[in-house]
Design a protein around this ligand. Structure first.
Ligand code: AMP
Ligand code: MN
Ligand code: MN
Ligand code: MN
Length: 291
């Protein structure tokens, strides 16, 4: 029995391949009743997703995935139930997007030094005026035969110490959490297992995150193993954090983070959404009831 809630997904407004409306349709077909749109450093897809969700009878949670520099690396903090019009949040995200644009040009220059030309121009074209992510560069490099698939391309070109990598210079943890809290949202550490942090560093991250006013962590992300889920559920309990779940969906052609395949949370978890729907009778509240 899968959950009918998915609190992490991407559209064309960042590095997803579906428009916000197409994403909502696919969510509906996949049995999702509550979907958060969480584009990278961008809220511009939310309005279209809201309209589509209302038509489809689905609950849309306005969200964002904020890029954060922490301890010399990039981590991601998801903001859920944010006001997408909030001025301080939008000013902050606009700063992140400026950095992103510079970084994309710099990635293009570095890849050119490595003999790979035109990657910035092609990525910018793909992004169609919206944010340029490493994902766009990755698609270009795979299409041009520099790597066999997305995983391979990140390993060879786009990770730290590789030719196309540019160190992140994003908002700090406290800053990002304050944007989210200031916009009425709740802050959640995205896919904590993916940073390959030692247990000590991960504890440091969670403890600082709580100090900054962060409220939750993703205990389930994509199709991670059940062992990882239980490990993250333990951290949530230890740090008094609420728990979130998300497919991190980007692309229907990528089978590893399909929508509608999120299993039940371990019993020790306090779902971040459990108080969201109490006064909302217009939609089925099975997301909460299914636990
Ligand atoms: P950026 O925010 O521009 O640095 O790009 C990060 C994005 O790259 C992530 O949100 C993922 O969508 C994508 N990504 C990172 N690592 C991988 C990987 N190994 N395989 C496929 N996509 C990846
Ligand atoms: Mn992405
Ligand atoms: Mn992420
Ligand atoms: Mn994501």
């Amino acid at each position: 029995m899968y959950l009918d809630i998915d609190l992490h997904s991407h559209s064309l407004a960042s590095d997803g391949t579906l428009s916000p409306a197409e994403l909502v349709s696919l969510a509906q077909e996949s049995g999702i009743k509550t979907l958060a749109l969480t584009d990278h450093d961008e809220t511009s897809g939310i309005a279209e997703a809201q309209v589509a969700a209302e038509r489809a009878g689905l609950r849309l949670i306005p969200g964002v995935e904020v890029s954060v520099s922490w301890n010399n690396r990039t981590i991601h903090v998801v903001g859920l139930n944010i006001n997408p019009e909030d001025e301080a949040l939008n000013n902050g995200l606009a700063k992140s997007r400026d950095y992103r644009n510079w970084r994309a040009e710099e990635m293009g220059r570095r890849l050119a030094k490595h003999g790979i030309f035109g990657s910035y121009e092609a990525s910018r074209e793909m992004a169609k005026g919206r944010i340029i992510a490493r994902t766009h560069f990755a698609r270009f490099l795979v299409e041009h035969g520099y790597a066999t698939d997305m995983n391979d391309v990140f390993k060879k070109f786009l990770k730290p110490n590789k030719p196309g990598f540019v160190k992140g210079d994003w908002a700090g943890l406290e800053e990002a959490v304050s944007w989210i809290n200031g916009a009425g949202g709740v802050a959640v550490v995205a896919h904590p297992a993916r940073y390959k942090l030692t247990a000590t560093k991960l504890r440091e991250l969670f403890s600082q995150f709580v100090e900054c006013g962060g409220k939750g962590i993703e205990v389930i992300s994509g199709n991670q193993s059940r062992d990882v889920t239980f490990c993250m559920a333990n951290y949530a309990k230890q740090f008094g954090l609420l728990t979130s779940v998300g497919s991190d969906f980007h692309d229907p052609d990528k089978s590893w983070n399909r929508m509608g395949r999120i299993p039940q949370l371990p019993k020790s978890c306090s779902p971040i959404w459990s108080e969201w729907f109490e006064s909302d009778s217009s939609l089925s509240n099975s997301s909460a009831a299914s636990l």
